[in-house]
Design a protein around this ligand. Structure first.
Ligand code: 5GP
Ligand code: ZN
Length: 118
């Protein structure tokens, strides 16, 4: 596992790598996915390095749900008609960046997007 100095999402969380901040809370940061599946595809990450949801403290649950809703509201105001939440946990499930992250993928009726998992 990449240590915190090497981990790209840790570097983004530390603001060493500049991203457009979509929303932010004490422990989480939301920013655009570099390879969006749809317009507005957003990643939500914990600012601390946790490998996947199994390492994420459960008491941060309500904070992340609040942030998800704020990002979703923004995307809906921009024209999204719905959204998928996707989280790959462990490499076997298609997780490439081993710093926990949740995908928020805005959707429109008939957009023909097919989500692939590993
Ligand atoms: P996963 O680990 O869930 O398979 O996907 C990792 C996601 O992170 C991919 O959708 C990829 O486009 C995105 N990603 C990888 N590196 C970067 C980066 O440096 N900046 C941003 N904004 N997104 C990244
Ligand atoms: Zn990290």
């Amino acid at each position: 596992m990449a240590d915190n100095n090497e981990c790209i999402f840790c570097r983004i969380a530390r603001k060493e790598v500049k991203v457009e901040v979509i929303e932010e809370s004490e422990n989480f940061l939301a920013f655009p996915d570099a390879n969006p599946i749809s317009e507005g595809h957003t990643l939500i990450i914990p600012k601390k390095h946790f490998a996947n949801i199994m390492d994420l403290p459960s008491d941060l649950g309500s904070e992340i749900v609040g942030l998800i809703k704020r990002v979703a509201e923004k995307r809906i105001k921009e024209g999204a008609e719905g959204f998928n939440l996707l989280m790959n946990n462990f490499e076997a499930a298609g997780q490439v960046i081993l710093h926990a992250h949740l995908h928020l993928i805005p959707r429109k009726k008939g957009d023909k997007i097919r989500l692939k998992t590993a």
